[in-house]
Design a binder for this molecule. Structure first.
Ligand code: URA
Length: 451
């Protein structure tokens, strides 16, 4: 095959809206992985995909070609139905830190690989990095052995999973081609399929602090994730959840670990929305992994594990197995924090009608909680603690939030931006639901599972 002609014709075909065959996609990716295609041609193809889209079959072939571009793990030595979980990314989303230990305590094996945070959404690896001594860089053998022993492990993603995604994502980021459902689906799923769990639980976030801004877009992504997973032989459930305001009270690495430990140790004082989402995810995870027959049975199991302290003990075991200090679970106050805390007070009485999640994430990033480039460091104790939610009534001068600013980066401009992210009005507006809906591939043929 003539290389020049193949790549040129491949790009021209997508520009004309034609469907690529499996063989063409595999050839393109194998050339790309041999460094036979320059960035400008890959970028041109990404733009054509963004504009012309892809058929369902193309997305399946693309996802599998990307999965096969690197290492694929074999988790067969772990008994039981292995579950994996993926959130499309939000602000204050610390659900992994809660649901991994609870699912592990319920007998659902879970080897959770996560990335570092980029942009205004946090990464679980950074959050775990704020636990003194905690090692996220376990080898695959260590992680598998830990799941065999304790049911769960939370580790950083190994670098040779879906290397094609790494190459594409770096180009998508700078060519305005991130927001494409086929490209997002293949990016997420190529990594999940390479990890090799049996079933996958997705949390597709929708709102100002998420990739997907509208419910329609979120539904489209959820539907594609479920259908492509099914085509790859995996059952899955996707929850569609609200990300207009940050999830829970804390935004920032150590602050989020602290909130997750507090939820497991003192569930009765936990943030209601965070608790509700964790409960929903665990109940769905338990049915997906065949541990429970119905969602109601799943809720009961969640409540039992949480309220008995089994969830907290499970997190202690995981933290200890990964070299961290397990006493932080019962004593979250041991997690490193800063004394430089700035109070932000309400300028008028009224109802909170907006806490802009995206802006909260960007402000947390500006004071050190996140990074705009992967090579930057984060400061574990930087972040925001929210004392209010959308719908709450607040008095004038009431403390709305605490800004944890260990490096003294706060200035008037950031403060003004933060103030305008929280809107207080005389009239109360209806609060939006946390859970918009869910899609599942369970007990359905591929077509039937699409509402
Ligand atoms: N998360 C990913 O892993 N990839 C995307 O393209 C978007 C979100």
């Amino acid at each position: 095959m003539n290389r020049e002609h193949f790549v040129y014709d491949f790009l021209a075909a997508k520009k004309a809206g034609k469907e690529h065959s499996e063989e063409e996609i595999r050839t393109f990716f194998s050339m790309m992985m041999k460094d036979d295609i320059p960035d400008y041609q890959i970028s041109a193809w990404l733009m054509a995909v963004c504009i012309k889209g892809m058929t369902f079959n193309e997305v399946v072939h693309l996802t599998l070609a990307m999965r096969d571009s690197g290492r694929t793990l074999n988790l067969d030595s772990i008994p039981g139905i292995k579950l994996d979980k993926h959130s499309t990314g939000g602000v204050g989303d610390k659900t992994t830190l809660v649901i991994v230990p609870i699912l592990a305590a319920a007998g659902v094996p879970i080897l959770k690989m996560s990335g570092r945070g980029l942009g205004f959404t946090g990464g679980t690896t950074d959050k775990l990095g704020s636990i003194p001594g905690f090692r996220t860089g376990l080898s695959i053998q260590e992680a598998v052995a830990q799941v065999q022993r304790w049911g769960g492990a939370m580790v950083s993603q190994v670098s040779d999973l879906s290397p094609a995604d790494k190459r594409l994502y770096a180009l998508r980021d700078v060519t305005a081609t991130v927001d494409s459902i086929p490209l997002i689906t293949s990016s997420i799923l190529s990594k999940k399929l390479a990890v090799g769990a049996d079933v996958i639980l997705f949390d597709v976030k929708i709102g100002s602090g998420a990739f997907m801004r509208s419910l329609d877009e979120g539904m489209e992504l959820a539907r594609m994730l479920i259908r492509v997973s099914k085509a790859a032989g995996k059952d899955s459930v996707a929850l569609l959840t609200n990300m207009d305001e940050p999830l829970g009270r804390a935004v920032g690495n150590a602050l989020e670990v602290r909130e997750a430990c507090e939820l497991l140790t003192y569930p009765h004082s936990a943030d209601r929305r965070l608790l509700e989402l964790c409960r929903e995810m665990v109940a769905n995870g338990l049915t997906l992994a065949g541990k429970k027959k119905s969602i109601n049975e799943g809720y009961e199991e969640f409540d039992r594990i949480l309220n008995s302290g089994d969830g907290a003990r499970s997190l202690e075991r995981i933290v200890s197995a990964q070299g961290g200090d397990p006493s932080i679970v019962a004593h979250p106050e041991f997690i490193p924090s800063t004394d430089n805390i700035i109070e932000v007070r309400a300028e008028r009485p009224g109802y909170v009608t907006q806490i802009h999640a995206g802006e909260c994430g960007r402000i947390a990033m500006a004071i050190g909680a996140g990074r705009s480039k992967l090579e930057n460091d984060v400061n574990p104790s930087a972040g925001i603690v929210l004392n209010c939610h959308i719908g709450d009534y607040v008095e004038r001068s009431q403390v709305l939030t605490l800004l944890h600013d260990p490096m003294g980066l706060m200035n008037d401009e950031i403060l003004a931006r933060f103030r305008s992210a929280i809107v207080i009005k005389a009239e109360r507006t209806a609060s939006t639901p946390l859970l918009y809906g869910e899609l599942s591939s369970l007990n359905s043929t591929e077509e039937e599972c699409i509402p």
